[in-house]
Write a protein that binds this ligand. Structure first.
Ligand code: AMP
Length: 279
């Protein structure tokens, strides 16, 4: 079933509320990362809803929004293959009717790291996800660890506003060469893609440093930075933070997140690894 309006989605969902409903929010251009979330949802819930909406509110840059890959038909076919029961694919006006003016902002978590480089990004994410939660009213919602900060922002939103949904965060899916799958990888030329692999090498170098006993944050970051430098990749940020609340850390102990963002050619790529804890 495809619902284009909120009303259609609610009507279709009403009789299904007796059993668990999963929501997987996406902006389409589906790849194996999205499909892994759909698989987890399919395994754990009776009804699987996938939203398909390129949310302008989370794009700072008009060009980024205009060129974002869109292929609704292909996405719907893939969703169907993955066992999605309902694709919610609203129009822009359906989600942001004229006069729209209510925003939700996770103030602190949303203003560091990605938030510093993309002001307003997490306000856009939090607002659209909250809308999806009130439209679908899922029991569980699935997000990717690839966007680690986004997952933490959503967890905070859910906690602060007492939203009755369980947030599931699924592991990052990578290509065979280690590059984290992303809809934006489509912008990379073969040469840029080669260079982008330095991001994964940087994360693995940090991992090795920690495995061989390095705990000092600056030393771990330096091991990662070295890989980026060798490839001529200048990160927007490359930082070690607590994986639980993104507070800065001096030493790797327990679960520590190494978060990186870098521009390679026309693509801005983000990735991360959890060091010193479970993967
Ligand atoms: P997007 O369509 O980019 O908004 O992503 C939709 C969901 O898929 C988000 O929860 C992302 O974190 C997740 N996702 C994107 N790329 C990956 C990946 N490579 N592995 C796992 N999850 C991903």
């Amino acid at each position: 079933m495809i619902a284009r309006t909120i009303r259609e989605a609610r009507t279709w969902l009403e009789p299904r509320r007796v059993a668990a409903i999963a929501l997987v929010p996406t902006m389409g251009a589906l790849h194996d990362g999205h499909l892994s979330l759909l698989r987890a949802a399919r395994d754990e819930c009776e009804t699987v809803v996938m939203s398909l909406f390129v949310n302008p509110a989370q794009f700072g840059d008009e060009n980024d929004l205009a060129r974002y890959p869109r292929d609704g038909e292909q996405d719907i076919a893939l969703a169907k293959q993955a066992g999605v029961d309902l694709v919610f694919a609203p129009s822009l006006d359906e989600m942001y009717p004229p006069g729209f003016q209510t925003w939700v902002d996770v103030t602190e978590l949303g203003s560091i790291l990605e938030g510093r480089f993309r002001p307003g990004h997490f306000r856009g994410v939090a607002t659209v996800v909250l809308k999806l939660f009130t439209i679908v009213r899922p029991d569980r919602a699935y997000f990717g660890q690839k966007d680690a900060q986004q997952a933490l922002v959503i967890r905070k939103l859910v906690r602060d506003l007492d939203i009755p949904v369980r947030i599931e965060v699924c592991p990052t899916i990578r290509d065979h060469d280690g590059l984290a799958l992303s809809s934006r990888n489509a912008y990379l030329s073969p040469e840029e893609r080669e260079r982008a692999l330095a991001i994964n090498r940087a994360l693995r170098a940090a991992e090795s440093a920690v495995e061989s006993g390095t705990r000092d944050a600056a030393a771990v970051v330096a091991a990662a930075r070295e890989e980026l430098e060798q490839a001529g990749v200048e990160p927007d940020y490359l930082q070690l933070r607590s994986a639980n609340d993104l507070s800065p850390v001096e030493r790797v102990n327990g679960s520590t997140l190494l978060a990186v963002a870098a521009r390679v050619g026309r693509a801005r790529l983000i990735d991360n690894a959890i060091l010193g804890g479970e993967k």
